[in-house]
Design a protein around this ligand. Structure first.
Ligand code: CA
Length: 292
């Protein structure tokens, strides 16, 4: 299928990330991790509002009781966009200053999962954490290189998760009542030359849309067969996250990164770091808010 890609925000984000559609306000939240900036993109007006959050920020999710939740360098936090106030909640890695938070999302019961990685990209000192509604933090996985995309199936029985340097997507049995995971298995393996699997979204047919960092594309993968079903090509190489949005969830928003590109590469791909839109030809599912 041929997918037209539209440039929405021409910006050189170092690590554009964390795309998530907020259905009530009808805006897309996303961010640039290394610029410590949170963005609120309004597709009706075209405005991309910037919030300076003062720390490297890995991801953002809406909070059911109002405002947003962030995974900041100093840990999980609540953020009130109206006042700009940040309330720190928990820092599971206060003892690991060489790490930062990366991608994360909420599960169907409203628990906030977010993981970490080393700034150097060169170790497996990252972990995946779960912040529950009672604000308790649980370490769910260790030995992670670059914690990235995470989604849940419509029946709430399976979780898919990406550690970029593993070059695969792993599935887990997921218990929505407890938030426990079990029975890890690899369901997608990314071949050499297609970059590293990065952010991920799930569509209404339980198929996975994976951002390929260094692969200049988002691919639709079937986790049952492990096969590629579709591909959206982008004019930049480092694709970092994607999220379904719009009134009927039929738009795919795509973020990218300008980090790690040489001056020559940036000259060839001047849109690196920008926010894009594509029509995937299938609808997504609503995102979940933090329940706490
Ligand atoms: Ca990502």
């Amino acid at each position: 299928m041929n997918h037209d890609v539209t440039l929405l925000v021409d910006i050189r984000a170092q690590v554009g990330e964390g795309a998530i559609w907020e259905a009530q306000k009808k805006v897309l939240y996303w961010l640039d991790i290394l610029s410590s900036e949170l963005y609120e993109y309004n597709p009706t007006t075209g405005e991309n509002k910037t919030y300076h959050v003062g720390q490297h920020v890995g991801t953002v999710v809406p909070r059911a009781s109002g405002g947003l939740m962030l995974a900041l360098y100093n840990g999980f936090a609540a953020f009130d966009p109206a006042s700009g106030k940040i309330t720190m909640i928990a820092d599971p890695e206060a003892n690991l200053p060489a790490n930062r938070f990366n991608d994360g999302k909420c599960d169907p019961a409203g628990r906030f999962w977010a993981g970490t990685m080393a700034y150097t990209h060169q170790s497996t000192q990252g972990s995946l954490y779960r912040l529950d509604a009672d604000l308790s933090v649980h370490k769910m996985m260790g030995n992670i290189a670059i914690s990235n995309g995470i989604v849940w199936t419509a029946d709430k029985k399976t979780m898919y998760y990406i550690d970029t340097h593993a070059y695969n997507v792993r599935a887990y049995d997921y218990d929505n009542a407890t938030g426990n995971i079990a029975n890890e298995r690899v369901v997608v393996t990314v071949e050499k030359g297609m970059g590293g699997p990065d952010g991920m979204a799930i569509d209404a047919e339980d198929m996975l849309w994976v951002a390929h960092y260094g692969g200049s594309c988002v691919r639709r993968w079937d986790p049952k067969s492990g096969k590629v079903l579709d591909q959206i090509d982008l004019p930049v190489s480092n694709i970092t996250s994607c999220a379904f949005g719009g009134d009927d969830l039929s738009t795919l928003y795509i973020t990218s990164a300008a980090q790690q590109l040489s001056a020559e590469a940036l000259a060839k791909t001047p849109l690196a770091g920008s926010l894009f839109r594509a029509n995937p030809g299938v609808k997504g599912v609503p995102s979940f808010a933090f329940a706490g």
